[in-house]
Design a protein around this ligand. Structure first.
Ligand code: APR
Ligand code: PHB
Length: 394
């Protein structure tokens, strides 16, 4: 492979082989745009990470367009709605009726596996375990340097796509004066558990209880994904499996609690409830996509969908640039993606504020009033459904 050489050229160097980088790489490849992915971790490490699991239908469509939808089509679960509970009271949000579309339940882990398999089968160039990735001359003639097997290597390229997540080097390579960042964090996180047990319900349950928030999700009919809100200062060691199941049960309405089947945890992790946006999503010939540019709290199930939307937009803009020598798509990329990102930030923040007890009685009453509004007002429920399936600003 050309990557054995110390110095190579490509059209687009992609930093990060998560969903954003992989989907971008595949879409570019299908349109004949040459690209190389540099991924800091091993393939096994990336494929082993447990992340999001609810896809908007336009994300699923993008995966089909990328020819990466075969296993998803076979294995995914289609959900027409979800449940929102406030103590004992539950509201089923009928997304299909209210917004005209369903949700696709298919894990980010599976998407990543499908895309790696596809890229590698089609001769895609992916450098795993690339160390010390650094960007140079990004406003002019970009170069990316990295270390592999002890040797320093270099890629020269037309563009760099920064798809290396929140902690990556791409955003950090932009001079601070050229960026504006917005951030709001809560002192809570979500403790997530994956277990090989049948899900407690056919659909997701978002449960706001006085003890804290809980979410019942799934990856398949035999694999459950559950979360409980916890202080950010907690560590995994504080949460034995027994404590987790006991706490989850107490945070669910009785009907669900009595059906909950527990089992050994296959994975346990804590994710922060953080919102972050960086503007613009471009500096010179570097374009940011996905978590590298924005983070949303997981309550709205938007992180993966936003990453996929960025990859789709950026791929289209680059393809038009190469095909038609037209850079208008690239010029508009940041503005367009930020519009979608802020819509998702707003919705995710609102969902979080609706469902997580904040420890004061005023917030408790506001949350109850908001929940009642959703129960009584079709317009309010419709707005929730439209946002949840990604039609918030359409
Ligand atoms: N060099 C190369 N690769 C890097 C570097 C680096 N310096 N830093 C990070 N990476 C890699 C990570 O190992 C990871 O595989 O970049 C990839 C970024 O992937 P994600 O974090 O999954 O981000 P993204 O592709 O934008 O997908 C967003 O992931 O975090 C979830 O909830 C989020 O579902 C959303 C999705
Ligand atoms: C998940 O299944 O991991 C999941 C589902 C819905 C969310 C967040 C996470 O809002």
């Amino acid at each position: 492979m050309a990557l054995k050489q110390l110095s190579v050229r490509t059209q687009v160097a992609i930093i990060g082989g998560g969903p954003a980088g992989l989907l971008l790489s595949q879409l570019l490849h299908l349109s004949g745009v040459d690209n190389i992915i540099l991924e800091r971790r091993s393939r096994a490490h990336v494929e082993g990470r447990i992340r999001a699991g609810v896809l908007e239908s336009r994300t699923a469509e993008l995966l089909y367009r990328a020819q990466a939808g075969a296993r998803m089509q076979h294995d995914a679960l289609l959900h027409d709605g979800f449940n929102l509970c406030f103590g004992r009271d539950c509201l089923r949000v009928d997304v299909k009726t209210l917004a005209g579309t369903s949700l696709v339940v298919y894990g980010q882990t599976e998407i990543t596996r499908d895309l790696y398999e596809l890229r590698l089968a089609e001769g895609g160039q992916i450098v795993f375990e690339s160390e010390d990735v650094a960007l140079h001359d990004i406003t002019d003639k970009p170069r990316v340097t990295y270390r592999l097997d002890g040797a320093q290597r270099e890629i020269s390229c037309d563009f760099v796509a920064g798809c290396d997540g929140f902690h990556g080097i791409s955003r950090a390579s932009i001079p601070a004066a050229a960026l504006k960042t917005y951030e709001r964090s809560l002192p809570y996180g979500w403790l997530g558990v994956l277990s090989e047990t049948p899900p407690v319900d056919d659909e997701l349950i978002y449960s706001r209880s006085a003890r804290g928030f809980a979410l019942c999700s799934m990856r398949s009919r035999s694999l459950s994904r559950y979360y409980v809100q916890c202080p950010l200062s907690d560590s995994i060691a504080d949460w034995t499996d027994a404590r987790f199941w006991d706490e989850l049960r107490q945070r669910l309405p009785d009907s669900a609690a009595s059906r909950l089947i527990s089992g050994p945890s296959l994975e346990k992790s804590i994710a922060p409830l953080r919102s972050f946006v960086c503007e613009p999503m471009r500096f010179g010939r570097l374009f940011l996509a996905g978590d590298a540019a924005h983070i949303v709290p997981p309550t709205g199930a938007k992180g993966l969908n936003l990453a996929a939307a960025d990859a789709g937009e950026l791929a289209e803009a680059l393809v038009v640039y190469y095909r038609e020598h037209d850079d208008s798509g690239l010029e508009n990329y940041s503005t367009r993606s930020l519009r979608g990102a802020w819509a998702a930030v707003r919705f995710s923040w609102w969902m979080t504020m609706l469902t997580h007890p904040m420890g004061d009685e005023f917030s408790d009453q506001l949350q109850r009033a908001e929940f009642e509004m959703l129960r009584r007002s079709l317009a309010a429920a419709e707005l929730l459904a439209r946002n949840y399936c990604g039609m918030g600003n359409l």
